[in-house]
Design a protein around this ligand. Structure first.
Ligand SMILES: CC[C@H]1c2cc3[nH]c4c(c3C)C(=O)[C@H](C(=O)OC)c4c3nc(cc4[nH]c(cc(n2)[C@@H]1C)c(C(C)=O)c4C)[C@@H](C)[C@@H]3CCC(=O)O
Length: 293
């Protein structure tokens, strides 16, 4: 979804990685806007997600789960670099990709994401799932009811609150048709990476979502403290104005590279994760004026 793998090296190329149970589809608004604005935007279905045909119950290791992302990166033309964006547990996938394909990645953007330093022994997540005690999950038993679960999916009645509380109503309606069980065993392998000094040199941006009902903002703070990124953005709450955002993107497309990232986070309105458009557009415009006028 959203573009091919090669292409013109002068155009910024974003690659988007979804979180648990989601797929390439969840980036459709953003990739559409970026494409229309002249950027290149690619989103990937990890193994067993979206329209990838593998049964997610059969995906047992993290490398297998991430393979479609690795294939995309290994097929890039020589010297072509991308900006890699990961959402939620998709942050673990982008960190693994960063370690394997360091020379293909110019920047990593973690959107309310798992961001753990390769080689660190303890995860900054105090438990892997904040709402793990609640009965909001449905488990699948791909190897039989007497065996441990192989998949996990949020129950439908909880999705609007935990995943999409700030989203337009039609977004959770569509998402409910498309979510698939997350491969439990494969996700267990996230964050188990050897130290990688080269990967550490690649700039990282963290986007914190302050009205996130699933990934508690305080837990996001801990992630950021443990492995401080080059830049941190915080979105306090929601509002949306596509027309103003599109205008802004067009005006920014001629501005320097680093500034484009200041804009990127304004586009992640899906998943109820990133909001407060009006506040942030104002502060961004202020920042642009201060820096460039
Ligand atoms: C607990 C079982 C399994 C797991 C499943 C899982 N993890 C997330 C979801 C699911 C089903 C989500 O829906 C959420 C997400 O990606 O939303 C789009 C998940 C998160 N997981 C995080 C961190 C994290 N998870 C795991 C491990 C697992 N997740 C299990 C194997 C780890 C590690 C390494 O063990 C880590 C670091 C967050 C980034 C998000 C938000 C969840 C939360 O904070 O409660």
């Amino acid at each position: 979804m959203g573009g091919g793998d090669g292409g013109d090296d002068s155009v910024l190329h974003f690659v988007f990685v979804h979180g648990a149970s989601h797929g390439a589809w969840c980036w459709y608004k953003l990739t559409t806007l970026l494409d229309a604005a002249g950027f290149k935007a690619t989103s990937v279905d990890l193994t067993g997600a979206g329209i990838n045909l593998t049964d997610s119950n059969t995906v047992v290791d993290f490398e297998h789960y991430n393979r479609p992302l690795f294939s995309l990166l290994s097929d890039l033309p020589p010297h072509h670099k991308i900006i890699l964006v990961g959402h939620s547990i998709g942050g673990g996938s982008v960190t693994e990709a960063l370690c394997k394909f360091t020379d293909k990645i110019s920047m990593v953007v973690y959107l309310a994401a798992d961001m753990v330093q390769p080689g660190s022994t303890s995860s900054p997540h105090d438990s892997t799932m904040a709402v793990g005690e609640e009965d909001i999950w449905e488990f699948t038993y791909g190897e039989g009811d007497d065996k441990p679960p192989t998949g996990m999916l949020m129950k439908e009645e909880f999705r609007r609150h935990y995943y999409y509380s700030q989203s337009p109503l039609e977004d959770p309606t569509l998402a409910c048709k498309l979510l698939r069980p997350a491969p439990l065993r494969a996700l267990n392998g996230a964050d188990k990476l050897a130290p990688n000094p080269e990967a550490e040199k690649v700039p990282r941006v963290y986007i914190k979502t302050a009205k996130d009902n699933l990934f508690d903002p305080l837990r996001q703070d801990r992630v950021v403290e443990k492995w401080p990124p080059s830049q941190l953005y915080i979105l306090e709450e929601s509002d949306i104005s596509w027309r103003r955002v599109i205008t802004l993107l067009f005006s920014l497309s001629r501005l320097p590279y680093s500034l484009i990232f200041s804009v990127l986070y304004l586009f992640f309105n899906y998943n109820a994760k990133l909001h407060s458009w009006f506040d942030h557009i104002s502060s961004l415009v202020h920042y642009i004026k201060k820096s460039y006028c």
